[in-house]
Ligand binder design. Structure first.
Ligand code: ATP
Length: 351
């Protein structure tokens, strides 16, 4: 069993709180992603699990063992970093073999294990090269092979794909997903990229200012966001958040437009959340409301219409065959089954 338990974990530097009294139970074999913007405390959380950063308070357990006082090398974790951390003077074989060698694995065992790990990440033909003779994606695979060459209790990965170009990142993401499902080793993965989080994770912990805002499956955090921050952070384009109020079962924008029926009690201030995909685009006069296009974008697989809505701009997704232009007027209707409402004061979700 290699579950990880964080209990009331805190990291402070002077007055600054990097991680604020957080508890998290990562299940055995789970792929858990720590997701959040720069500076939210995700790397610090991971470094405390690895033993590279000492907690100010709280307990860390890996399996049944309290590891607070264990050195990193005694925690049985393998780490993959964004800069790969390869040894430039060693061949790929020697790089992958390194964790085995420092643990005193018998020489006769090393070769078959390195070859197996290299095969798993499709590096067999590169074993004699030095890292500088490999592409970024290949180097990243070496870093992965080095992590999987022994079977650690836990993988810790800190933005491992962020140095790759966009196309390679997508390929490596799928490889990582495939590999993680094969290996079934408890993994904590840090990223600020919500697509990576959504695609790789069994569960995602969304962090802000050292505090986990929501812990849930990708489905849950996308479809059932706990608060404004999570709603605005997950999804691309970001969820539209429209200021207004609720009056007689209608959401009314601050500009006074009676926008859409909503099943909520009257309130003076509310924020309506609606995703671009939950708005239908029609010809003018045929939707719930006519709006003027501020910008029209064709991404190939769909179209994005930024429209002016009173004082706010809102993005709707249109069919990929739609052709419109700036200043054209279109009709928009909102899917009433997929509306969210937030309290601007507490930022919590109301419905
Ligand atoms: P990024 O994606 O930018 O790496 P992160 O969410 O991983 O962000 P952390 O590296 O965990 O963020 O840092 C959390 C906060 O703690 C940041 O505001 C950072 O400046 C601060 N911090 C990190 N290390 C130290 C340190 N050694 N001394 C003081 N403050 C630190």
């Amino acid at each position: 069993m290699a579950e990880i338990r964080l209990d009331n974990l805190t990291k402070r530097w002077g007055d600054f709180v990097g991680v604020d009294n957080q508890s998290l139970h990562i299940r055995d074999r789970e792929f858990l992603v720590l997701l959040g913007p720069s500076g939210c405390g995700k790397t610090t959380t991971m470094r405390m699990i690895a033993g590279l950063e000492e907690p100010t308070a709280g307990e860390i357990r890996i399996g049944d063992r309290l590891v607070n006082d264990d050195l990193p090398k005694d925690r049985d974790v393998a780490m993959v970093f964004q800069n790969y951390g390869l040894y430039p003077h060693m061949t790929i074989f020697e790089n992958i073999a390194y964790p085995l060698r420092v643990r005193g694995v018998a020489k006769s065992d090393i070769r078959p294990r390195v070859e197996k790990a290299a095969e798993q990440v499709e590096l067999t033909e590169f074993l004699d090269r030095k890292p500088k003779a490999l592409s970024g994606g290949q180097r990243q695979r070496v870093a992965l092979a080095r992590a999987i060459v022994r079977t650690p209790k836990v993988f810790l990965m800190d933005e491992p794909l962020s140095n790759l170009d966009a196309k390679l990142r997508v390929t490596m993401r799928a490889e990582l997903k495939h590999l993680s499902r094969e290996l079934q080793i408890t993994t904590v993965y840090v990223t600020h990229d919500q697509i990576e989080a959504m695609t790789l994770a069994d569960r995602v912990a969304v962090m802000k200012h050292g505090v986990i805002q929501q812990l849930g499956t990708p489905d849950e955090i996308y479809n059932d966001p706990a608060n404004l921050f999570v709603a605005g952070f997950i999804g691309s384009p970001a969820m539209n958040l429209i200021d207004g109020s609720v009056k007689d079962g209608m959401f009314v924008t601050t500009g006074g437009t009676r926008l859409v029926k909503i099943d909520a009690q009257d309130r003076d201030a509310a924020i309506l959340g609606v995703r671009a995909d939950d708005m239908q685009v029609h010809e003018a006069g045929q939707g719930d409301i006519d709006v003027k296009i501020y910008a029209f974008e064709n991404t190939g697989e769909s179209t994005l219409l930024t429209v002016q809505w009173g004082r706010q701009r809102v993005i709707a997704r249109g069919d990929r065959h739609l052709r419109k232009d700036q200043n054209d007027v279109v009709g928009i209707s909102l899917n009433e089954d997929h509306l969210y409402l937030f309290d601007p004061e507490t930022e919590n979700r109301i419905r």
